[in-house]
Design a protein around this ligand. Structure first.
Ligand SMILES: C[S@@+](CC[C@H](N)C(=O)[O-])C[C@H]1O[C@@H](n2cnc3c(N)ncnc32)[C@H](O)[C@@H]1O
Length: 259
Protein backbone atom coordinates (compact mmCIF):
# COMPACT_ATOMS: atom_id res chain seq x y z
CA UNK A 1 0.00 0.00 0.00
CA UNK A 2 1.24 3.54 -0.72
CA UNK A 3 1.56 5.72 2.37
CA UNK A 4 0.28 9.36 2.21
CA UNK A 5 3.91 10.52 2.59
CA UNK A 6 5.24 8.46 -0.31
CA UNK A 7 2.29 9.33 -2.57
CA UNK A 8 2.81 13.01 -1.76
CA UNK A 9 6.54 12.74 -2.54
CA UNK A 10 5.68 11.04 -5.84
CA UNK A 11 3.13 13.77 -6.67
CA UNK A 12 5.64 16.53 -5.90
CA UNK A 13 8.39 14.88 -7.98
CA UNK A 14 6.04 14.56 -10.96
CA UNK A 15 4.68 18.08 -10.48
CA UNK A 16 8.21 19.49 -10.42
CA UNK A 17 9.16 17.68 -13.64
CA UNK A 18 6.08 18.95 -15.49
CA UNK A 19 6.49 22.51 -14.23
CA UNK A 20 10.14 22.46 -15.24
CA UNK A 21 9.29 21.36 -18.78
CA UNK A 22 6.46 23.92 -18.97
CA UNK A 23 8.87 26.76 -18.09
CA UNK A 24 7.56 27.79 -14.68
CA UNK A 25 10.76 27.18 -12.69
CA UNK A 26 13.25 30.05 -12.95
CA UNK A 27 16.27 31.39 -11.21
CA UNK A 28 15.81 35.15 -11.33
CA UNK A 29 14.24 37.47 -8.80
CA UNK A 30 13.09 39.70 -11.70
CA UNK A 31 10.89 36.88 -13.01
CA UNK A 32 9.19 36.17 -9.65
CA UNK A 33 8.73 39.80 -8.64
CA UNK A 34 7.06 40.67 -11.95
CA UNK A 35 4.47 37.84 -11.85
CA UNK A 36 1.76 37.62 -13.03
CA UNK A 37 3.30 39.88 -15.68
CA UNK A 38 5.61 38.10 -18.12
CA UNK A 39 7.35 39.11 -21.36
CA UNK A 40 5.93 37.97 -24.73
CA UNK A 41 8.79 35.49 -24.97
CA UNK A 42 7.74 33.58 -21.84
CA UNK A 43 6.63 30.03 -22.74
CA UNK A 44 3.49 30.51 -20.62
CA UNK A 45 2.76 34.11 -21.59
CA UNK A 46 -0.72 33.27 -22.90
CA UNK A 47 -1.64 31.64 -19.60
CA UNK A 48 -0.14 34.45 -17.51
CA UNK A 49 -2.18 37.04 -19.45
CA UNK A 50 -5.38 35.43 -18.20
CA UNK A 51 -3.95 35.09 -14.71
CA UNK A 52 -2.96 38.76 -14.66
CA UNK A 53 -6.54 39.74 -15.50
CA UNK A 54 -7.94 37.56 -12.74
CA UNK A 55 -5.40 38.92 -10.30
CA UNK A 56 -6.24 42.54 -11.14
CA UNK A 57 -9.92 41.82 -10.58
CA UNK A 58 -9.17 40.10 -7.26
CA UNK A 59 -6.89 42.90 -6.07
CA UNK A 60 -9.47 45.55 -6.96
CA UNK A 61 -12.18 43.66 -5.07
CA UNK A 62 -9.99 43.23 -1.97
CA UNK A 63 -9.08 46.93 -2.02
CA UNK A 64 -12.72 47.98 -2.41
CA UNK A 65 -13.93 45.72 0.39
CA UNK A 66 -11.23 46.42 2.99
CA UNK A 67 -10.21 50.01 2.08
CA UNK A 68 -6.76 50.39 3.60
CA UNK A 69 -7.50 48.15 6.59
CA UNK A 70 -4.45 45.85 6.09
CA UNK A 71 -6.55 42.70 5.72
CA UNK A 72 -5.13 39.36 6.83
CA UNK A 73 -4.88 37.16 3.73
CA UNK A 74 -4.35 33.40 3.59
CA UNK A 75 -2.94 32.21 0.24
CA UNK A 76 -3.61 28.46 0.01
CA UNK A 77 -1.57 26.47 -2.50
CA UNK A 78 0.61 29.56 -2.87
CA UNK A 79 3.33 27.90 -4.98
CA UNK A 80 6.21 30.36 -5.34
CA UNK A 81 4.16 32.94 -3.40
CA UNK A 82 3.75 35.59 -6.11
CA UNK A 83 0.20 36.51 -5.03
CA UNK A 84 1.29 36.85 -1.37
CA UNK A 85 4.15 39.06 -2.50
CA UNK A 86 1.89 41.30 -4.59
CA UNK A 87 -0.77 41.54 -1.90
CA UNK A 88 1.88 42.35 0.74
CA UNK A 89 3.01 45.26 -1.44
CA UNK A 90 -0.66 46.27 -1.48
CA UNK A 91 -0.79 46.44 2.33
CA UNK A 92 -2.19 42.98 3.17
CA UNK A 93 -0.79 40.79 5.95
CA UNK A 94 -0.27 37.69 3.82
CA UNK A 95 0.42 34.11 4.87
CA UNK A 96 1.46 31.79 2.05
CA UNK A 97 0.73 28.08 2.54
CA UNK A 98 1.85 25.21 0.36
CA UNK A 99 2.84 21.57 0.76
CA UNK A 100 5.77 22.26 -1.51
CA UNK A 101 8.92 23.99 -0.16
CA UNK A 102 10.77 23.86 -3.48
CA UNK A 103 13.19 26.74 -4.02
CA UNK A 104 11.77 27.72 -7.41
CA UNK A 105 8.18 26.59 -7.51
CA UNK A 106 7.27 26.37 -3.83
CA UNK A 107 7.65 28.35 -0.62
CA UNK A 108 11.46 28.37 -0.94
CA UNK A 109 11.06 30.89 -3.77
CA UNK A 110 10.29 33.46 -1.03
CA UNK A 111 14.02 34.24 -1.16
CA UNK A 112 13.47 36.01 -4.50
CA UNK A 113 11.21 38.72 -3.06
CA UNK A 114 12.21 42.03 -1.53
CA UNK A 115 9.48 42.13 1.10
CA UNK A 116 8.81 39.41 3.67
CA UNK A 117 5.56 37.57 4.23
CA UNK A 118 4.83 34.53 6.39
CA UNK A 119 5.32 31.15 4.72
CA UNK A 120 3.89 27.99 6.23
CA UNK A 121 4.46 24.51 4.82
CA UNK A 122 1.16 22.72 5.39
CA UNK A 123 -1.64 20.81 3.69
CA UNK A 124 -4.63 23.06 3.05
CA UNK A 125 -6.76 20.26 4.47
CA UNK A 126 -4.88 20.38 7.80
CA UNK A 127 -4.24 24.00 8.63
CA UNK A 128 -2.67 25.16 11.90
CA UNK A 129 -4.66 28.40 12.33
CA UNK A 130 -7.17 29.73 14.83
CA UNK A 131 -10.80 30.33 13.72
CA UNK A 132 -11.78 33.74 12.26
CA UNK A 133 -8.16 34.77 11.80
CA UNK A 134 -8.30 35.84 8.10
CA UNK A 135 -10.25 38.46 6.16
CA UNK A 136 -9.43 36.86 2.80
CA UNK A 137 -8.82 33.19 2.13
CA UNK A 138 -7.72 32.60 -1.45
CA UNK A 139 -7.06 29.48 -3.50
CA UNK A 140 -5.13 30.73 -6.51
CA UNK A 141 -4.95 27.99 -9.16
CA UNK A 142 -4.99 25.37 -6.42
CA UNK A 143 -8.46 24.27 -5.24
CA UNK A 144 -8.77 21.75 -8.09
CA UNK A 145 -5.96 19.77 -6.39
CA UNK A 146 -8.21 19.11 -3.39
CA UNK A 147 -9.42 15.49 -3.18
CA UNK A 148 -12.81 16.75 -1.96
CA UNK A 149 -13.51 20.40 -2.76
CA UNK A 150 -16.58 20.69 -0.54
CA UNK A 151 -14.76 19.19 2.46
CA UNK A 152 -11.80 21.54 1.93
CA UNK A 153 -14.00 24.65 1.74
CA UNK A 154 -15.98 23.49 4.77
CA UNK A 155 -12.76 23.15 6.81
CA UNK A 156 -11.46 26.51 5.65
CA UNK A 157 -14.68 28.53 6.17
CA UNK A 158 -14.28 28.81 10.00
CA UNK A 159 -10.94 30.58 9.46
CA UNK A 160 -12.74 33.48 7.78
CA UNK A 161 -13.40 36.50 10.04
CA UNK A 162 -16.88 38.12 10.04
CA UNK A 163 -17.21 40.16 6.84
CA UNK A 164 -14.44 38.15 5.20
CA UNK A 165 -14.33 36.35 1.84
CA UNK A 166 -13.21 33.13 0.21
CA UNK A 167 -11.88 33.53 -3.33
CA UNK A 168 -11.08 30.78 -5.82
CA UNK A 169 -9.00 32.04 -8.72
CA UNK A 170 -8.14 30.41 -12.04
CA UNK A 171 -9.00 26.79 -11.39
CA UNK A 172 -10.51 25.21 -14.54
CA UNK A 173 -14.29 25.58 -14.10
CA UNK A 174 -17.04 23.68 -15.90
CA UNK A 175 -20.82 23.59 -16.01
CA UNK A 176 -20.83 19.83 -16.45
CA UNK A 177 -18.65 17.06 -14.95
CA UNK A 178 -18.49 15.10 -18.21
CA UNK A 179 -16.82 18.04 -19.97
CA UNK A 180 -14.40 18.45 -17.07
CA UNK A 181 -13.44 14.77 -17.26
CA UNK A 182 -12.92 15.05 -21.02
CA UNK A 183 -10.53 17.98 -20.43
CA UNK A 184 -8.69 15.96 -17.77
CA UNK A 185 -8.34 13.00 -20.14
CA UNK A 186 -6.82 15.24 -22.79
CA UNK A 187 -4.36 16.63 -20.24
CA UNK A 188 -3.40 13.06 -19.31
CA UNK A 189 -2.81 12.24 -22.98
CA UNK A 190 -0.55 15.31 -23.25
CA UNK A 191 1.43 14.21 -20.18
CA UNK A 192 1.89 10.78 -21.71
CA UNK A 193 2.81 12.06 -25.17
CA UNK A 194 5.00 15.03 -24.19
CA UNK A 195 6.47 13.96 -20.84
CA UNK A 196 6.29 10.15 -20.93
CA UNK A 197 4.12 10.13 -17.78
CA UNK A 198 1.87 7.10 -18.14
CA UNK A 199 0.26 7.37 -14.68
CA UNK A 200 -0.29 10.99 -13.64
CA UNK A 201 -0.62 11.35 -9.86
CA UNK A 202 -3.61 13.58 -9.27
CA UNK A 203 -4.69 14.36 -5.73
CA UNK A 204 -7.92 16.01 -6.94
CA UNK A 205 -10.42 15.94 -9.82
CA UNK A 206 -8.38 18.52 -11.74
CA UNK A 207 -11.37 20.81 -12.29
CA UNK A 208 -14.23 22.47 -10.41
CA UNK A 209 -17.96 22.53 -11.08
CA UNK A 210 -19.93 25.78 -10.85
CA UNK A 211 -22.94 23.99 -9.37
CA UNK A 212 -20.91 22.20 -6.67
CA UNK A 213 -19.21 25.43 -5.62
CA UNK A 214 -22.54 27.26 -5.53
CA UNK A 215 -24.11 24.52 -3.35
CA UNK A 216 -21.15 24.59 -0.98
CA UNK A 217 -21.20 28.39 -0.70
CA UNK A 218 -24.91 28.32 0.09
CA UNK A 219 -24.48 25.60 2.72
CA UNK A 220 -21.69 27.63 4.37
CA UNK A 221 -23.74 30.84 4.37
CA UNK A 222 -21.81 32.73 1.67
CA UNK A 223 -23.12 34.54 -1.43
CA UNK A 224 -20.98 33.59 -4.41
CA UNK A 225 -20.33 35.32 -7.73
CA UNK A 226 -18.07 34.44 -10.65
CA UNK A 227 -16.13 36.99 -12.73
CA UNK A 228 -14.74 35.45 -15.89
CA UNK A 229 -11.27 36.30 -17.25
CA UNK A 230 -10.30 36.03 -20.90
CA UNK A 231 -6.93 36.12 -22.59
CA UNK A 232 -5.75 37.71 -25.82
CA UNK A 233 -6.35 36.73 -29.44
CA UNK A 234 -3.95 33.76 -29.40
CA UNK A 235 -5.67 32.42 -26.29
CA UNK A 236 -9.12 32.74 -27.90
CA UNK A 237 -7.95 31.11 -31.14
CA UNK A 238 -6.33 28.22 -29.22
CA UNK A 239 -9.60 27.56 -27.41
CA UNK A 240 -11.61 27.73 -30.61
CA UNK A 241 -9.25 25.29 -32.32
CA UNK A 242 -9.49 22.91 -29.34
CA UNK A 243 -13.29 23.06 -29.43
CA UNK A 244 -13.43 22.36 -33.16
CA UNK A 245 -10.87 19.53 -32.99
CA UNK A 246 -12.18 17.79 -29.87
CA UNK A 247 -15.79 18.96 -29.71
CA UNK A 248 -15.41 19.92 -26.04
CA UNK A 249 -16.30 23.20 -24.35
CA UNK A 250 -13.10 24.61 -22.85
CA UNK A 251 -12.75 25.40 -19.15
CA UNK A 252 -13.62 28.86 -17.87
CA UNK A 253 -11.23 30.80 -15.67
CA UNK A 254 -11.64 33.79 -13.41
CA UNK A 255 -12.43 34.87 -9.88
CA UNK A 256 -15.04 33.05 -7.84
CA UNK A 257 -15.82 35.31 -4.88
CA UNK A 258 -17.85 34.15 -1.88
CA UNK A 259 -18.67 36.79 0.75
C1 LIG B 1 -0.78 25.26 -10.10
S1 LIG B 1 0.03 25.60 -8.60
C2 LIG B 1 -0.49 27.26 -8.26
C3 LIG B 1 0.57 27.99 -7.50
C4 LIG B 1 0.29 29.49 -7.28
N1 LIG B 1 -0.86 29.71 -6.42
C5 LIG B 1 0.09 30.18 -8.59
O1 LIG B 1 -1.01 30.68 -8.82
O2 LIG B 1 1.02 30.27 -9.39
C6 LIG B 1 -0.89 24.65 -7.38
C7 LIG B 1 -0.22 24.67 -6.01
O3 LIG B 1 -1.07 24.01 -5.06
C8 LIG B 1 -0.25 23.30 -4.17
N2 LIG B 1 -1.07 22.27 -3.51
C9 LIG B 1 -1.70 21.22 -4.07
N3 LIG B 1 -2.35 20.50 -3.13
C10 LIG B 1 -2.13 21.14 -1.94
C11 LIG B 1 -2.54 20.89 -0.61
N4 LIG B 1 -3.30 19.83 -0.31
N5 LIG B 1 -2.15 21.73 0.36
C12 LIG B 1 -1.37 22.81 0.08
N6 LIG B 1 -0.93 23.10 -1.18
C13 LIG B 1 -1.32 22.27 -2.18
C14 LIG B 1 0.85 22.72 -5.07
O4 LIG B 1 1.99 22.32 -4.33
C15 LIG B 1 1.11 23.91 -5.99
O5 LIG B 1 2.12 24.75 -5.50
Amino acid sequence: MTSPTSSRAAFLAQYRAVRDRDGYRRDSSGYYRALPSTPHTDPQHIVWQVRARSFERFRTMVRARFRGAAPALLDLGAGNGWLSYRMTLDGCRAVAVDIHDDERDGLGAGRYYDVRFARVQADFDRLPFEPRRFDVVVFNGSLHYAPNTRATLTRVAPLVAPGGVIAVIDSPMFECAETGRAMRDRTRQRFKRDYGIAEPIEPGEGFLLFSALADTARALGFDAQFFESCGGTRWALGRLAGRVRHGIQPARFGVWWAA
